[in-house]
Design a binder for this molecule. Structure first.
Ligand code: SF4
Ligand code: SF4
Length: 299
């Protein structure tokens, strides 16, 4: 599908200029990610920290890391060159909220300089509940949470550890805390009227049969879109799953699951898993035109 026609009107009104959520907007508006969030507070078995967060990006991509000041400068430079720029997001290269000060500072600077640009962020959800108020206050209107399970037994096979309240936690305890925080964060965002998209990584033999239940759980809590992405497992990138030979789903398996989850809730099928410093219309990446070396010349 990829069209916004299946979304309720109040949601459609809010995403008409967001290239990721509206097939029409996709052709007329541009998005941009700024890579201001290097750290992460959990470990996913499909992640290699040398590369961008796989929650929102293709694996194996390294983005140029920016300070909030440079990021805001880059946004203005891009907005001057690409007038269709409507959305700026923080999607890594680690977790937006494990680097909350950098992420929010970046948003404040963009808000001051370019108040019409919409802001979004993506997160694994662990640090979400304590940041909902700030997200709301800054007018961030879209948050993406990556939710791969609602059952800690499944989660323990995906997350070897989390770092929570000054302690590293492992196994079922880690997965249970992550799950509770994700659900709490989702509910709080929906209650605060922030649009929430859920990403899930489909991992055959681990959570593929479980994702229909995840779909139910996030739908009933008010997420407006569910984006099921394939695990892209490549041993060359040194992820734990890559090393164990864990395969990704076939296109047919992915489509069957997306079809099975398609109820009254819109499934997102055109997400490109853009890199954490992607710039331009969806499907194009003009990031190389706007590096910290040349933004002074452009701005
Ligand atoms: Fe890697 Fe993202 Fe998972 Fe953190 S949340 S471990 S950066 S894939
Ligand atoms: Fe949009 Fe997906 Fe790209 Fe994010 S990763 S900007 S949701 S298409």
């Amino acid at each position: 599908s990829g069209s916004s026609a299946g979304l309720p009107q109040h949601v459609r009104d809010r995403v008409h200029d967001h290239p990721c959520y509206s097939a029409e907007a996709h052709h007329h508006f541009a998005r941009m990610h700024v890579a201001v969030a290097p750290g992460c507070n959990i470990q996913c078995n499909y992640c290699n920290r040398k590369y961008d967060c796989a929650n929102e990006s293709r694996p194996g991509v390294v983005s140029e890391k920016l300070t909030p000041e440079l990021a805001a400068k880059k946004v203005l430079a891009v907005a001057a060159r690409i007038p269709q720029l409507s959305v700026v997001g923080v999607a890594g290269p680690g977790d937006a909220l494990a680097n909350a000060e950098k992420t929010f500072r970046t948003f404040e600077l963009i808000r001051e300089a370019a108040p019409d640009i919409r802001l979004c962020l993506s997160t694994n959800g662990l640090a979400l509940p304590e940041h909902v108020e700030r997200i709301k206050a800054l007018g961030v209107d879209h948050v993406t949470i990556t939710i791969n399970m609602i059952d800690p037994e499944v989660g323990a096979q995906i997350y070897p550890w989390i770092f929570f309240e000054h302690k590293r936690r492992r196994g079922l305890e880690a997965a249970r805390i992550l799950h509770e925080r994700q659900m709490q964060g989702l509910e709080m965002l929906v209650a605060a009227d922030v649009l929430v998209k859920v990403n899930s990584v489909m991992i055959p033999g681990i959570n593929d049969r479980h994702l229909a239940e995840v779909n139910e759980a996030v739908k009933s809590r008010g997420a407006f879109l569910h984006n099921i992405m394939p695990l892209i497992s490549d041993p060359a990138h040194g992820t734990h799953f890559g090393l164990t030979g864990q395969r990704g789903p076939t296109p047919a398996e992915l489509k069957a699951l997306q079809d099975a989850c398609e109820g009254e809730m819109q499934m997102m099928r055109h997400c490109r898993q853009c890199r954490a410093d992607a710039v331009g219309m969806l499907g194009e990446d003009r990031g190389a035109e706007f590096t910290s070396q040349n933004i002074d010349a452009i701005a």
